[in-house]
Ligand binder design. Structure first.
Ligand SMILES: [Zn+2]
Length: 242
């Protein structure tokens, strides 16, 4: 159990997904079955409960990362390696594992298409998106401006926190990504995750709707964000006022 300190201290660092996908190209499918296959025994030891949550220090899991709130220099999450070269914060791993395990029991076949990214990888994402728009006839300046709606500049992507994953279908011919996203939208809060960039919150998040991007915020925050239909920025705002 982690110490129950610093709950009210939020590291305010706000976000652009750093996007895994343009509307024209769905998230890349990684060669991963799911995190469940690697360390399946870990999830059995995990009891997801409010008791666990209340004893945790909330600050790390409520970090806000966006264009206005970049990550501090030298930010280095402690990561757990998944199959397919994916990595996530080791504290989040058991929750992701459990969510994938439970999804599978319900016939849902999720796969991770993007996870932790270094600043260099984030720069590549942005460059790639910019080039896509240039190929479509945009000027370099306009292409970069448009690309930033889908890929954050390094230091401002949630993917650099190790707390975010892009999830898609393991096999589109077997199950549409939409089916997975709907299940996650309805159930991910039970595991401490939220759909980070809802379509109706674009004016607040600054990020285009991304049904595939899920962010770990902890059980308590996820539950309230889900119940109230708000986004992380709104949740943190009310949190600060308390
Ligand atoms: Zn993402």
């Amino acid at each position: 159990m982690r110490n129950n300190f610093g709950i009210k201290i939020l590291v305010t660092v706000l976000c652009v997904c750093g996007a895994a996908a343009l509307p024209l190209s769905l998230p890349r499918l990684a060669d991963i079955d799911a995190p469940g296959e690697i360390k399946a025994n870990l999830s059995s030891r995990l009891e997801l409960s409010e008791t666990d949550e209340s004893s945790e220090d909330d600050a790390w899991q409520l970090i806000l990362v966006n264009a206005d709130n970049p990550l501090p220099d030298g930010f280095r999450p402690d990561l757990t390696e998944l199959s397919g070269g994916h990595r996530i914060d080791k504290r989040v791993y058991p929750h992701l594992q459990k969510m994938f395990d439970d999804a599978r029991q319900k016939g849902i076949r999720p796969a991770i298409s993007s996870s932790y990214r270094t600043a260099e990888q984030q720069q590549e994402e942005l460059d790639q998106k910019t080039e896509e728009y240039i190929r479509q006839g945009y000027s370099r300046e306009k292409a970069l401006e448009t690309a930033k709606k889908w890929a954050a500049i390094p230091g401002t992507s949630e993917h650099q926190t190790g707390l975010a994953v892009d999830i898609t279908t393991a096999d589109a011919s077997v199950q549409a990504a939409d089916v997975i996203w709907k299940w996650l939208e309805k159930n991910s809060y039970k595991y401490g995750f939220i759909k980070r960039y809802p379509e109706d919150k674009i004016d607040i998040t600054g990020i285009s709707g991304e049904p595939w991007h899920f962010r770990y915020v902890g059980l308590k925050a996820a539950k309230e964000i889900h119940r109230r239909g708000i986004c992380l920025e709104e949740y943190l705002e009310t949190f600060r006022k308390k």
